[in-house]
Ligand binder design. Sequence first.
Ligand code: HEM
Length: 149
Amino acid sequence: MQSYPDELTYDLVGAASEVLELEPAAILEAFGEYWILYTAEEGYGEMLALSGSTLAEFLGNLNLLHERITNIMPQLKPPKFSTKEISENQVELTYESDRDGLTSMVVGLLRGLGKRFGKNCEINQTEFRADSGKDVLMFLGKKINFIIE
Ligand code: HEM
């Protein structure tokens, strides 16, 4: 329940990438999936269970989930998500963060969630925008859209 500098995360990914001879993106993606299937389940199982009984519902509650943590630790700057139902089996998820380079972790987290909900997910990144000046208070306004089928 303590915050730590972002540099630690990036340094760890860098070091793991060197030792394992894998691209940082592959490390982040594997970490994201593992975090959902193991870490979150072990550490925050109840919160996960309360955040939705379907994948779509869960994705729609991601902000609420992070807001709960921010209530306890107000110094956090969690990402912001929004969802749009494209069709019965397709959700568009928009991810906004003021941090760079964590998109691959989001792909891994989504993969983990797909497995958690027993869904065979296809995750396609559809857009990357870096229009700073938007939502400057909390976010630089980097938006990344995913279509999850
Ligand atoms: C019980 C479940 C969860 C808890 C307790 C939790 C909590 C947190 C916390 C404390 C941070 C760090 C924020 C900061 O230091 O500013 C964070 C970051 C993050 N969370 Fe969650 N989270 C949960 C689930 C999820 C899920 C399911 C996703 C799926 C998309 C997600 C996506 C992210 C991402 C991408 C970040 C990195 C920060 C960034 O992009 O700027 N989290 N979360």
